[in-house]
Design a binder for this molecule. Structure first.
Ligand code: ZN
Length: 277
């Protein structure tokens, strides 16, 4: 079940029969808007994109037959993407790593939350035993992966889910916590797949796709409960032609450009649907 509401809902649970009631009142919406006074002109908060170059440091990622390291080529593409996005008004782009350093997967997710990112994009180059396999792929989190993410999130600390909610949402009801978390993560996966479609549509203009549609898997870096997150395999480093391409600045720039276009078209679409403030 997917619920999309414009105003903040009140969620209550009947302890006797377990029925969950979601109340969306016009009154609370009006209250949230505040008194009718002309607000001072405010600079629009830039949208924050967290770019995650895969691997790094002691973790080289996949290695091509000619000795190209995934961790190096994805950092080049990520930096080019950051430059392209930073040239645009209203978008701020941050990297999870600037250098060849090791960052644990879960820390990458934490960084996105610390920066209150609007999007998370992890950039990789695929490796496979069969060197004939080629093409780009885009992944969002699978529902199964979300289930285990929830278990982990809840097991970290009793109140960990509370950090996601405002004061009036805080509850000791574990069942309600899990339900809210489920609704959130389901909505986030839905938006991640949408983001993935915008990316795939633009990548396919500059490179062939291994799979034309976003796929779903349980990658740890995609387990943000609130931030639409995707992982892009830009191509196969184990394929001779693609290993060569990955090392070429022209291809790195083309791929970064396609990712920037995909991010833009996703944001434009979200604004149209009023999902972004
Ligand atoms: Zn990788």
């Amino acid at each position: 079940m997917v619920l999309q509401v414009n105003s903040k809902p009140k969620i209550t649970r009947n302890t006797e029969n377990g029925v969950l009631t979601v109340t969306i009142s016009a009154e609370s919406h009006a209250a949230a808007i505040g008194p009718v006074v002309s607000p001072a002109p405010q600079a629009e908060k830039p949208l924050l994109v967290m770019i995650d170059p895969g691997h790094g440091g002691k973790d080289p990622g996949a290695i091509g037959n000619e000795g190209t390291y995934e961790k190096h080529v994805v950092l080049h593409i990520a930096k080019r993407l950051q430059t392209l996005l930073s040239q645009q008004h209203g978008i701020h782009a941050v990297l999870t790593r600037q250098d060849d350093v090791f960052i644990p997967l879960y820390h990458r997710v934490s960084l996105a939350h610390q920066h209150a990112a609007d999007l998370f994009i992890s950039i990789h180059a695929d490796g496979f035993t069969n060197d004939l396999v080629s093409g780009a792929s885009v992944f969002a989190l699978s529902e199964h992966g979300a289930g285990s993410a929830m278990a982990r999130y809840l097991s970290q600390s009793e109140n960990s889910v509370d950090v996601l909610y405002d004061d009036d949402f805080k509850t000791d009801d574990q069942y309600l916590k899990e339900t809210l978390f489920d609704l959130d993560q389901h909505e986030t996966i839905h938006r991640s797949l949408d983001f993935g479609r915008h990316l795939a549509a633009n990548i396919s203009k500059v490179h062939h796709m291994h799979s034309p549609h976003p796929e779903q898997a349980g990658f740890a870096v995609l387990k943000s409960p609130r931030i639409p997150s995707v992982l892009v395999e830009t191509s196969f480093i184990t394929n001779k032609q693609e290993e060569k391409l990955l090392g070429e600045p022209v291809f790195q720039e083309k791929m970064a450009h396609a990712l920037a276009e995909g991010i833009n078209s996703y944001f434009i679409n979200e604004k149209k649907n009023n999902l972004l403030s």
